[in-house]
Design a protein around this ligand. Structure first.
Ligand code: ADP
Length: 553
């Protein structure tokens, strides 16, 4: 017997057509370099995106060609999200916070043909231009200054330079979507290389549509036409967690912060355009709430606002600080490889009314439960499945229709994928009886002390629970007797004072004695990765030659 259903392919173009025709009046607000706001409607998004796609075709874009973007979060970047695939191309977001040599390496590895770049980022482009010969560089006049175009010279390896707005104005009026299969690629993103060389993940129409649908479910992010979404997560970081696609599908208003990501800039924007949902890594929200509290009366936080936080462990202190101001934090877990949202926190009915307030807060530090379509399992070092009891940890492995099954042009590696087709995440986790997942650590960040494992994440969260502490990151340093011991780098809140002994006393009341770090360094700041997470690799390098006063003891 055969199904009678139509086999219409899942298509990103359908999401786009649906959102922009059903919600033509929905607004997209972008913060420009001079901090003024520009507003477009979804009707304009539709017209401009189709013009971009038609212009790219006119420039000779072929199916499967990569078009890179080097842009902040704004309306034109959103146009690229849909316009490049509409023309049959593959959008490749470049991470503007990487070193120029790394960006050049990535663009070359992906064989990007065209580049769309913000005018204010041209100086960065110049620094890696020699490492990869783009054929055309399309400059978006984000600052409003005129673009100096040029014809280019392919024999000299000189790229042509176009003005984005001029291309849109000159685009052919007629446009048809490129034909495609649902498994054709739409976008690619390189892992940010926190733990190794960057690797390319390529998303398809099918994976992007399924991810957009599942994250909008009521027990996931419940994104709707009534939402005002502020994506602080860069559009080059796992496609801003897939939210721009989902927001267009749902007709949610978008407020883009442009290049202004300091806490006071975000608070100004939240005041002017109150969001109902914002997304970012924990470090963004930690500094936002500290700035807010240090300036009483300067801003009013939007009530009912929720923040989707992920990319790194969410400290309980952050959840409590938000709650104090009537705001909620929803945690999600994911990776560039997982599109990215694979688990999201929500309170299952079986837990409602069952928890004390402290248990309630503690539970909110968990990474959440699976969204439909994705499967997870925990495996021990012998390849046996670890029970879901909330205590025992194992390597987290995932699979599903929007989980990558390989990396772009990288030979299949058994360290990354199992023989039976699961992605090895490199995260160590526990899952409890209710299906809630807790990330204990990244495999590389666990601290092996005297035959026992210490979770750097647990330690950081406990340290950040001290009222004088603004931020803390914990790394392993070699120890002559214990193999490794934790070293804690601690940033104090402005004006606060705290000694190492006092902090150790605080920790000893909350964790086993042998887990309490002997080495505590008070520092001014913790280095950040290109996506704003604590950069532990850098810290490990910094403290590689750490010597213990009682070495050998
Ligand atoms: P990178 O590996 O360069 O940081 P990703 O943004 O893809 O790039 O990071 C994915 C990783 O981020 C996960 O493997 C995990 O270690 C960490 N992560 C993501 N969400 C969470 C979370 N909610 N709690 C703890 N760690 C998280």
């Amino acid at each position: 017997m055969k199904s009678t259903m139509m086999s219409t392919p899942l298509s990103l173009n359908r999401i786009f057509e649906y959102g922009t025709t059903m919600f033509p009046g929905t607004e997209i607000v972008s913060r420009l370099p001079d901090k003024s706001l520009r507003t477009h409607s979804f009707a304009q998004l539709r017209q401009r995106t189709r013009a971009l796609a038609a212009a790219l075709r006119k420039l000779g874009l072929r199916k499967g060609d990569r078009v890179a973007t080097l842009c902040w979060n704004h309306h034109a970047h959103l146009e690229a999200y849909f316009g490049i695939p509409a023309a049959g191309g593959v959008m490749h977001t470049l991470n503007l916070r990487l070193a120029p040599e790394e960006i050049g390496w990535i663009a070359h590895h992906a064989q990007d043909r065209f580049l769309i770049v913000d005018d204010i980022l041209l100086p960065l482009y110049e620094q890696f231009a020699k490492l990869h010969g783009f054929e055309r560089v399309i400059v978006f006049p984000f600052s409003g200054a005129p673009v100096a175009t040029r014809a280019g010279d392919p024999h000299e390896g000189e790229a042509a330079i176009d003005d984005y707005e001029q291309l849109l104005r000159d685009a052919p009026a007629q446009f048809e979507y490129a034909e495609h299969d649902e498994n054709d690629p739409v976008a690619m993103c390189y892992t940010s290389g926190t733990t190794g060389k960057p690797k390319g993940v390529v998303y398809s129409h099918r994976s992007t549509v399924l991810h957009s649908l599942t994250i909008c479910l009521p027990d996931a992010i419940a994104l709707s036409a009534r939402d005002v979404v502020m994506p602080v997560t860069p559009m080059f970081h796992a496609n801003s967690w897939g939210i721009p696609y989902a927001a267009v599908m749902q007709g949610s208003k978008l407020v883009f912060p442009g290049p202004h990501l300091h806490a006071d800039d975000l608070l100004d924007l939240m005041q002017a355009q109150p969001p109902t949902l914002a997304l970012g890594v924990p470090t963004i929200w930690l500094s936002l709430i500290q700035t807010y509290e240090a300036n009483p009366g300067r801003w009013t936080l939007p009530q009912g606002f929720r923040s989707l936080v992920g990319g790194a462990a969410v400290p309980e202190g952050l959840i409590r600080a938000f709650a104090k101001h009537g705001l909620s934090v929803q945690q999600g877990w994911g990776m560039t490889e997982t599109s990215p949202l694979a688990t999201v926190f929500y309170e299952k009915p079986e837990l409602q009314g069952q928890l004390t307030q402290d248990q309630w807060y503690a539970r909110r530090t968990l990474a959440g439960v699976l969204v439909p379509m994705v499967e997870f399992r925990l495996m021990d070092e012998e390849g046996r499945e670890v029970a879901w009891n909330g205590r025992d940890v194992g390597e987290l492995q995932v699979r599903g229709p929007y989980i990558t099954g390989s990396y772009h042009e990288v030979p299949q590696d058994p360290d990354k994928f199992t023989a039976d087709g699961w992605l090895r995440t490199g995260d160590v986790a526990a899952i409890d009886e209710h299906g809630y997942m807790r990330i204990a650590d990244r495999t590389k960040d666990l601290i092996k002390s005297g035959g026992e494992w210490i979770s750097s994440v647990d330690l950081e969260n406990t340290i950040m629970g001290h009222p004088a502490v603004a931020e803390a990151a914990v790394v392993a340093v070699a120890h002559p007797k214990w193999t490794e011991r934790p070293l804690a780098c601690v940033v104090l809140k402005p004006g606060a004072s705290l000694g190492a002994e006092e902090l150790r006393g605080f920790l000893a009341e909350r964790m086993a004695r042998w887990q309490v770090p002997d080495a505590i360094e008070f520092v001014d700041a913790i280095p950040r990765t290109s996506t704003g997470k604590f950069w532990k690799l850098k810290l490990r390098e910094q403290y590689r030659d750490w010597t213990w006063p009682e070495a050998g003891a």
